[in-house]
Structures are given as C-alpha cells and as structure tokens.
Design a binder for this molecule. Structure first.
Ligand code: 3H9
Length: 695
C-alpha cells in the first residue's frame, strides 16, 4: 500500500487514479478526499484528455467504510465526491473489478462510462445494513436501468455479475487484463471515441408506477418489520419525479433517517459479528488438509451434513448400520441435491460428479479408513457415540479428525474413549444442515489447535459461520435455548397460549415463534433431553409437564401432524391443537394456577430477558469467547432477527442496570429461575456494556 490511498499518474494523455486501501478499498475519508483532489488535479492538467479510476488489489471500492457509520461525518462526503466526478469537464471512466458494491458502485455511476473486468460483481448491499444507497445510487441507477431493475437491485441487496450488469445497462463494456492496463485502455477508448460517455445525471427516467406499487406490496408482505426497504422505494420513486439534484437531496434525508435507526446499528453489528467470530486463539495454526469426508448416520442431520459437504465440492462416504438405513439416507441426500439444482445452488456438472463417485455409502466404519474428517451424526446417546468412537479409533487413519455432531453431550467424554483425544472435536450443525449457516465448533479439553483451525477452514468452505464453543450441556446455542424455552413454558403455564407467545415474537421479528419451531424440530428431541436430565433437575425448579404429556400421546409436532399446532394438506393457516391446549389447561389446574393475560410486550420482555440472562452466563464461564460470538450463534442458528443485532447487542440497548431490575422484579415470583448473572450485575454496577467485552 502506498502512503496515501489514492495516487495519480499520467500515461500518455490519460490521467490514472489508483485507489489502494486494503483489504477492500473501502471509501474511507482519506479515499474520498484523495479521489476529489485527484480529479481536480487531473482536470487542471492540460496534458490529460480523459481520466480513468481503478482499484489496486482484489477489488474496486467495495463501498463506504462501514466503520465510519455512527461517527461524526467528515467532508467530503461520498455524495459530494460522486457529484464532483460527474461534474468534471473532462470525461471520467471507471474500470471496475472484484466486488464493486454500494458506494463503490455509486462512484462508478458518477463517472461518465464504466468498464468491468470479467468476474466483477456489482450490487447495492446497503439495505442489508439497514441503509439505502446514499451517494446518488438511487437516482443514477434508475437512469441507466429503468425503475424496475433498479428497485430489484436496491431493495434486495443482491449482487449481479458483469454480464448481467451489462445487460441492464449499469456498465458499458467488459474489459480485460490487469486493472491498471485495462483502465489505460478504457481511457484511450474514451479519447478515440470508441467508448461513448455521458453524464448519468443528465439522462431521463421513464416513470413506472406499477413497479413501485408492486415492490411496496411485496415489502409489506415479506419484510413488514424493516425500515430501510420502504425508504429505498421512496428514493427510487423520486428519480422519475424530481431533477437529479432534488432527488439526491431527498435520498440524503432518507439515508440519514436510516443511519440513525436502531435497525442500522443492529444490522451493522450482525455484519461484523459474522466476521469477528473467526478471530480465535487457534487462528494462527495451519489447518489439516481435508478432501474426503465420512458421515456416520443417514438421518435428517447426517443427510443434511453429507449434502452440505457435497455442495461444497468434497467427496463423502455415508455410513449407516444396515442397507435399508443407508438407502434411506442416500435417498434423502439425493432429494436435497435435486432441490439444490432446482434452486440454482448446484450445477448439473457437479451433480454428475457426485453421481459418478463423489458420494458413496457403506455399512461399516472400515469404509472410512481414508477419510480426512469423519463426522458422527448418530443417535443422541452417550453409549452409542462412545461405541462408535472406539470403532473409529481403530478404523480411521492417523491424523484424521474425528468429529461429533452431538447437540448436548459431553465431547470430553467422547474424546476420552479414543487413544487420540487431540483429534476429537465437536462440529455441531443445525437442521437443515445444508441450509442453516451456523456451525458450532466445540473445543474439548485436549483438542489440538490445528484441529480447531481445520474446523473453521472447513466451515468457510461450506459457506458457514463457525463459532467457537466450549464444552457444556448444549454448548452455546442449545444451552441458551434450554433456558429461554422455560420462559416460554412459564408464560404458557401462567396464561398465554402458545399462539400468543409465537405471535408476539414473530411481531418482534423472529421468522417463527418458538412453538412453531419446536413443532418443526420435533418435540421428541427436547423430551428425550428432559428425561435424561430428570434425575439432576433441581427441586426448586418449576416444571411445566404439558409438553411431556403431548409427547406421551405420540404428538411430536409437524412430523406427526399434531404438536402445538395442527398440520396437514387440508389444514389452513396455523390452528392450535385443541389437545395441546387441553394438556396445558390440565397442568395449570394441577398447579393451582389461575391463568392471566400477558401483553405482547411482556411476552417479548420476559422471553428476551431469559435469553440475555443465560447468554451472559455463557460469556461469563467462557463457553463463548465474547458477547459477539453469542450474538452470532443466535443470529445464524436460532432465527434471532438480524435487524436486532443479537441478544447481547440488544441487552446493551436496554442497559445492564435496567435488565438487573427487571430480573429482580420477576424473581419475586420465581427466585430460582430469575437469578441475576453476576456478570450482568458487574456491568450494571460499573455502567459498562457487553460490547466493552468484545475486545
Ligand atoms: C455504503 O456504501 C453506503 C453508501 O451507499 C452511502 C454512503 C454515504 N467497510 O468480508 P471480508 C472489512 S454501505 C469497512 O472478510 P471477503 C471486513 O470487516 C457499504 N470494512 O472479505 C474484514 O475486516 P477484518 C456497502 C470493511 O473477501 C475485511 O474487510 N458495502 C468493509 O470475504 C475483509 O472482509 C458493503 O456492504 C467496508 N465496507 O468479502 C460491502 N467491507 O479482516 C461489505 C469489508 O478486520 N463488504 N470490510 O474482519 C462485503 O460484503 C465483503 O467484505 C466483500 C469482501 C464482499 C467486499
């Protein structure tokens, strides 16, 4: 990197502007100021006929510098820089490559022509950060693509490739070669007239009220909780109604409203959470090479895990107890893969590879002798798992990583059964494993650093968000879930219906309320865990037995057609299961409870306060490295609404002192459940935040 992130040079009669701000050339203050003065200098240089901008390194500008949001703005702003480029008397061309996103694309749109290298991706990810494009993107993109295409891009945040951008008119041409050379060529073509140029802001926009109405209706239906998407539509609408300067002024007002919104803060936190979790103590260890995967178990989890690895290009051998089980498991994988082809997630060519041998099956673990990584996803029972791991200890090659997908069990006890505990780790996938992004990497006492690093490297290749977790009952996610699940049960015992609890949390932003999720996951799973732990359940703990009764009646949720709700082809909507309500009623009576009503606000408060309490304990005892790791687990594995940032981010917005008071208040009814975590009390006393522990 040069000392200043923006440098100029003259090649013939072309003025080149190089942007060099690793890793992604974000448009920080220094970059903005550098571009503005580079344009001024080259515009004043009589030896220059055309100016070309390009990015050094892996990408053109990947957007505004997200770290500057929420801090005092520094002039020149990106909006001014884009307008400044557009106003330049000499033609300015952008040579773009890599991920030209958000403010980076807006700078390119401010230029008078755009050339993209093959492989370039463009897009407006602002909406995923709770923002709208704020540097003219909502005004200039429709001038090039029309209202409808601009709306789709800006409200979805999706990236498109260079070919699609060319078809839409966002770019003018594809270039070739290294960025600097391609930029020189683009400049020369501008001078020779081979590449036409114009000011985007001087183009007109055809009105398209139908597209605006359709998008407004779609957002109301699909994203009723979100602030930014509606603002995106308002801004794009202005492009056809107002002159560009007025449109940009309106865009600015809407952008600032988004910038101030708590949703923006939550979404930016989620963006950084996804990246922060990779910062682990084992990060410097070299991952072991992994190509061949063994998966033990062909049930929902095993098949999902096998699918995830096949989709990512690994070869997989699935092991089941017998031929029937194996056939069922393989059929599930085939169904998953067919679904992936349909959704465009898997190419026909890769499917042909998989069918030609990348996926095989066996009925003994001996078939895994050559596997680099073996993931056990068998029945959730310690004896079963220990038996399998002692077989693996004999069958697996030296250096193979032996992983368990257990959701709750003690990974140290599983490792201890082998002669190579340093090679044993927990890789806890979430169902459906080929879809859910979270992977808990559970580090046991003796797990080697390079085995942990391998877990993270593999997760990256699978496109998953890996979070490091310590060993305890349920690790990070399920341990917190086991706790807040009780808050939902107590709400129901005390008078709320499962549907009321679900509605309140869905209105808060969860895609599905907890009872709908329990039904989907299968009520028998938590039932088995409750039975296993019954002997150790503290006498002071309140116990809601209605879910056990439902399970005893063979009603396990969606898979049996009945759970908290009723399911079936002839069932409309989400009717509550009258039998579940009867079991609840009977348990209330048995406990002598007179049901009371709960407002949606109280439901949400109790549920989230319970979640925050256990989340704080998970940080306090070191099961999670940092608060932001807990946020990532809940965001990527448990449907926590991304725009709320995660439970401990939310906790900071409520304040530790207020949370302590709330817990003490609830503790008057149930002092055992509502114990204040010492860490939360300390933060309250010291007036500190969870964020201060993120390091
Ligand atoms: C915007 O532009 C608003 C404007 O419309 C209006 C303004 C007025 N800023 O993801 P990676 C860091 S909104 C600061 O691992 P990859 C990232 O945190 C912005 N930092 O790499 C990480 O740091 P660390 C619109 C950023 O190759 C490191 O760079 N733009 C930014 O997997 C590497 O990142 C976006 O939303 C940034 N803009 O993926 C694009 N971007 O090493 C956001 C990255 O400390 N960025 N960092 O963990 C991305 O989507 C991906 O980073 C990208 C590269 C695809 C570019």
């Amino acid at each position: 990197m040069s000392e200043t992130p923006v440098t100029t040079e003259r090649v013939g009669r072309i003025g080149l502007v190089a942007i060099d701000n690793p890793p992604v050339n974000a448009a920080s203050h220094a970059v903005r100021a550098g571009i503005a003065s580079a344009i001024d200098a080259l515009a004043a240089d009589d030896g220059v006929d055309a100016i070309a901008l390009y990015g050094v390194g892996r990408t053109f500008i990947a957007g505004a510098d997200i770290r500057e949001f929420g801090k005092p703005p520094q002039s020149p702003g990106l909006t001014q820089v884009c307008s400044h480029i557009e106003a330049c008397a000499k033609p300015v061309v952008a040579l773009i490559h890599g991920t030209t996103l958000g403010g980076g694309l807006e700078i390119a749109l401010g230029c008078h022509a755009r050339v993209a290298l093959p492989g370039t991706q463009v897009g407006f990810p602002e909406v995923t950060l709770g923002l709208i494009p704020g540097a003219g993107g909502t005004q200039r993109a429709p001038r090039l693509t029309g209202i409808k295409a601009a709306l789709d891009l800006i409200t979805s945040g999706k990236r498109i490739d260079a070919d699609a951008a060319l078809t839409l008119g966002l770019i003018d041409r594809l270039g070739e070669g290294p960025p600097r050379e391609a930029a020189i060529k683009a400049g020369e073509d501008i001078v020779s007239g081979a590449l036409p140029h114009r000011r985007t802001g001087e183009l007109g926009v055809a009105p398209d009220e139908a597209a605006l109405d359709a998008k407004t209706a779609e957002i109301a239906r699909k994203q009723p909780n979100l602030f930014a998407p509606v603002r995106c539509v308002e801004a794009v609408a202005a492009s056809a109604r107002l002159p560009i300067a007025d449109g940009i002024a309106l865009e600015r007002t809407l952008f600032e409203a988004c910038l101030e919104s708590p949703q923006r803060a939550g979404l930016v936190h989620a963006f950084f959470a996804e990246r922060a979790v990779a910062k682990i103590p084992e990060a410097s260890a070299t991952p072991r090479p992994v190509e061949r995967i063994g998966v033990i178990g062909g049930g929902t989890m095993g098949s999902g895990i096998a699918t995830a690895f096949l989709l990512a290009g690994y070869s997989v051998t699935m092991v089941e107890r017998d031929a029937d089980g194996l056939a069922r498991g393989q059929a599930t994988v085939e169904k998953n893969l067919a679904g992936a082809v349909k959704r465009g997630k898997l190419s026909e060519a890769r499917l042909a590879d998989i069918n030609a041998g990348a996926f095989s099956g066996a009925t003994t673990v001996d078939a895994l002798a050559e596997a680099d990584l073996i993931i056990e996803a068998a029945f959730e029972d310690m004896a079963v798992k220990q038996d399998l791991f002692s077989q693996l200890d004999k069958a697996a090659k030296k250096g193979a990583i032996l992983a368990t997908n257990t959701s709750y069990l003690d990974v140290d006890a599983i490792a201890a059964i082998t002669s190579r505990p340093a090679d044993v780790i927990g890789l806890h996938f979430f169902s459906p494993a080929h879809v859910m992004r979270l992977l808990e990497v559970v580090v046991a006492d003796k797990t080697a650093a390079d085995v942990v690093a391998t877990g993270f490297a593999v997760a990256r290749k699978l496109g998953k968000v890996a979070v490091r977790a310590g060993v305890c009952e349920g690790f990070i996610g399920n341990r917190i879930l086991s706790h807040y699940r009780k808050a939902a049960e107590y709400l129901v015992m005390d008078g709320a219906s499962p549907a009321e609890v679900d509605r309140a949390l869905e209105d808060f932003g969860f895609a599905m309320g907890p009872h709908a999720v329990f039904d989907l996951a299968g009520l028998d799973i938590a039932w088995a865990a409750r039975k296993r732990l019954a002997a150790t359940r503290p006498a002071e703990e309140r116990y809601a037995a209605y879910a056990d009764k439902l399970c005893e009646a063979g009603q396990f949720g969606r898979k049996t057609g009945r759970g908290f709700y009723l399911y079936g082809e002839d069932v409309d909507g989400r009717p509550q299961n009258p039998e579940a309500l009867a079991f609840i009623e009977a348990e209330r009576e048995k406990a002598g409870i007179t049901p009371r009503t709960f407002s949606a606000e109280e439901i949400v408060q109790r549920y989230l306060t319970a979640m925050i309490a256990e989340a704080a304990r998970v940080v306090e005892d070191g099961t999670a490295l940092r608060p932001i790791d807990v946020d990532a687990v809940l965001l990527f594995g448990y449907g926590f609404p991304r725009f709320r940032g995660g439970p401990l981010f939310l906790a900071d917005t409520i304040g530790a002192a207020r949370l302590v008071r709330r817990m003490e208040d609830y503790a008057q009814e149930d002092p055992f459940y509502w114990q204040v975590p010492p860490l939360l009390r300390t933060l309250a006393e010291e007036d500190r935040t969870f964020a201060s522990l993120n390091g």
